[in-house]
Design a protein around this ligand. Structure first.
Ligand code: CA2
Length: 146
């Protein structure tokens, strides 16, 4: 069964506890449940992870090369700063879909730049937690699972 790594970056562990006007009231545990249900429909397995540490995220992307068919990544604020994550994604040659809860292009200018986008299959932003499900649908289609 194809497995997908769903990787979440810094501060996303706080989802649903603060700034609901920006990020909604859904918790990261709720997002994981939504993803598990969507993956089941596609007959896919998921690993759902979160880290506040850039190096840990790099390690998880490297490890995915041998265990997963693709990655859904919300790199949080590292999206806008991390050449290390960009290089890690390029090195594993897996399809990566970039997800953001908020519409980063409608926010502060510093959020418009993504180091992930040039090495991603595509980007989904602005649809809240539903974006993760849309990304799973897109990845399933890309991998020709459904
Ligand atoms: O919209 C997104 O998903 C972001 O990746 C979220 C990041 C932000 O830096 C990006 O520009 C866009 C921030 C994640 C922090 O999440 C929190 C959630 C609740 C309370 C506090 C932080």
């Amino acid at each position: 069964m194809t497995s997908v790594l769903i990787l979440n970056g810094p501060n996303l562990n706080l989802l649903g506890t603060r700034q609901p006007e920006v990020y909604g009231s859904t918790t990261l545990a709720d997002v994981e449940q939504m993803c598990r249900a969507a993956a089941k429909v596609h007959g896919m397995d998921i690993e759902f992870a979160q880290s506040n540490h850039e190096g840990t995220l790099v390690d998880q992307i490297h490890a995915a090369k041998t265990s997963h068919g693709g990655i859904i990544l919300n790199a949080g604020a590292y999206t806008h700063t991390s050449i290390a994550l960009m290089d890690a994604i390029a090195s594993v040659e897996l399809p990566v879909i970039e997800v953001h809860l908020s519409n980063i292009h409608a926010r502060e200018t510093f959020r418009h730049k993504s180091f992930i986008a040039p090495v991603a299959l595509g980007q989904i932003c602005g649809f809240g937690a539903k974006g993760y499900v849309l990304a799973l649908d897109a990845l399933a289609e890309h991998l020709a699972i459904t």
